[in-house]
Design a protein around this ligand. Structure first.
Ligand code: TYD
Ligand code: MG
Length: 462
């Protein structure tokens, strides 16, 4: 019989080494490597001890009855989950401390409880009095949410298995939970994994939706084992930064819905308020008369969203000019600069370039290329762009402006917010149907020429 082989497995990322190490080479986590024996499957099969049970295999077609989803009543939240919580599913919500996870979840709990669902809110971080105080401030005191400050997973599951089946269970946070089945202290990778496993099993068995709150490390990863992200049905992150009062809820993984939808909230004195019209919020403090700003007609999932790109191009005193980007991909910026240089004669090699998405939003669409190029050229030449126009389109390396998805929705949103013109890919804009004036562009050089023309007419009127 083959000798059982020893191997060492990182409990954080699953990397296998053949000797013990204090630090995992692949994920950098300390003290996460445990010894495991590889004997399990092979040895048992060799001994032929137990024969497997035979189960019927099924076809793809067949009947299924989707259980109705639990609608939280907070539209922006329901949009991100894909139309409400799925019974028996587990969602992991990550976010930096103080971003508003507990606030969002107590609001969702109260909203569901008021509609007759059994909702349990288990806080491992705050005392009952603290949670009550927050609920009172938010005007949610009367909602029949069942509250507990507990950290023992077995106790929590035993309690929730009593009485009526809970519709929603909030565990705030998974890092504070511990399970008796694992011998290590709370907060360790193995504990977090063990607790998550037990709670996921509880969700599947009972049909309750479980939401796990997860802390996020400095670099934006959900602290603790990455494996928890693989175990749950959906991973949602709650983002925003301290200097802005709006927050974005974003699905990073979702087995029951799309992953490109975002929910927008505003943190106010009485909790999180939904922002039904994010474009208006992101453009609210816009300085339209400044050079170097361009409004991008973007899309987040199925929702059009207008955001302002701000560029500052200034002569550089350094040998290697600086390029700094906030809210967009820096590689993409390098590409736009290269295309401007190569195909439109715009010289930026001696200039520092700073690019910022106003309001702290993060944009990942390539469709923003044209808006970025417009902002850069505007800042370089000092020409302000027409304040009532939006920009969109993807740049090819040849300098061609390429079509993007949902041009119609982008234009409609721009018209709704009072914009009169749009600069975008040539073929996509049908001037007869469009709700605003169309300026079709086929090549980056046309955009640059247009801005240069603007610059001369600006100086004439001055
Ligand atoms: P919290 O939900 O406790 O954050 P998390 O659970 O993600 O750590 O939110 C804490 C922050 O939100 C805190 O800095 C205060 C602010 N806040 C408000 O501005 N208004 C409110 O009504 C509430 C409840 C919190
Ligand atoms: Mg909290």
């Amino acid at each position: 019989m083959a000798k059982a082989q020893l191997r060492f497995v990182c409990q954080n990322c699953g990397a296998v080494t053949n000797r013990w190490q204090g630090k995992c080479d692949s994920c950098g986590e300390w003290n996460s490597i445990l010894e495991e024996t590889d004997s399990g499957i092979g040895a048992q099969a060799a001994r032929g001890m137990k024969k497997g049970r035979i189960f019927p295999l099924e076809g793809l077609s067949g009947t299924h009855t989707p259980a109705p989803r639990l609608i939280s009543g907070i539209n922006e939240f329901d949009r991100v989950t894909g139309g409400g919580f799925v019974p028996g599913s587990v969602i992991l919500i990550g976010g930096e401390p103080g971003i508003g996870k507990s606030t969002l979840l107590i609001q969702a709990s109260a909203s569901l409880a008021r509609r007759g669902e059994r909702v349990a809110y288990i806080s491992g971080e705050e005392a009952i009095a603290q949670v009550r105080l927050r609920a009172e401030r938010l005007g949610l005191k009367d909602a029949p949410v069942e509250l507990a400050a507990e950290t023992g997973v077995e106790d929590i599951i035993a309690t929730l298995s009593e009485g009526r089946k809970p519709g929603l269970v909030i565990i705030d946070s998974i890092q504070t939970m511990f399970t008796d089945t694992v011998e290590s202290s709370p907060g360790t990778v193995t504990q977090v994994r063990g607790s998550a496993q037990a709670l996921i099993r509880f969700a599947k068995r009972s049909g309750a939706s479980v939401i796990l709150v997860g802390h996020v490390t400095k670099d934006g990863q959900i602290a603790g084992p990455r494996v928890v992200e693989h175990m749950v049905d959906a991973v949602i992150s709650f983002e925003g930064d301290g200097s802005h009062h709006f927050r974005i809820l974003r699905a990073n993984k979702n087995r029951f819905g799309p992953t490109d939808e975002i929910g927008v909230f505003e943190m106010t004195g009485d909790g999180l308020r939904e922002v039904a019209n994010p474009s208006a919020l992101f453009l609210s403090s816009r300085d339209a008369a400044a050079a170097g700003t361009a409004v991008f007609a973007g899309m987040e999932g199925t929702r059009p969203m207008l955001v302002e790109f701000q560029a500052l191009v200034a002569p550089s005193a350094l040998g290697t000019p600086r390029r700094a980007v906030v809210g967009w991909d820096s590689n993409r910026l390098a590409m736009v600069i290269a295309v401007l240089e190569a195909h439109a004669g715009v010289r930026l090699a001696q200039h520092d370039v700073y690019l910022n998405v106003a309001g702290g939003l993060k944009i990942s669409e390539p469709a923003a290329d044209v808006a970025v190029a417009a902002a850069l050229v505007s800042s370089l030449t000092g020409a302000h762009l027409p304040p009532e126009a939006v920009y969109f389109g993807e740049l090819g390396l040849s300098g061609a402006i390429r079509p993007v998805v949902h041009a119609g929705l982008r234009l409609k949103e721009a018209a709704k917010l009072g914009f009169h013109g749009a600069y975008g890919p040539l073929k996509q804009l049908d001037a007869n149907e469009a709700p605003l004036k169309i300026h079709p562009l086929s090549h980056i050089s046309a955009l640059v020429a247009q801005i240069a023309q603007q610059s001369t007419s600006n100086s004439k009127t001055r």
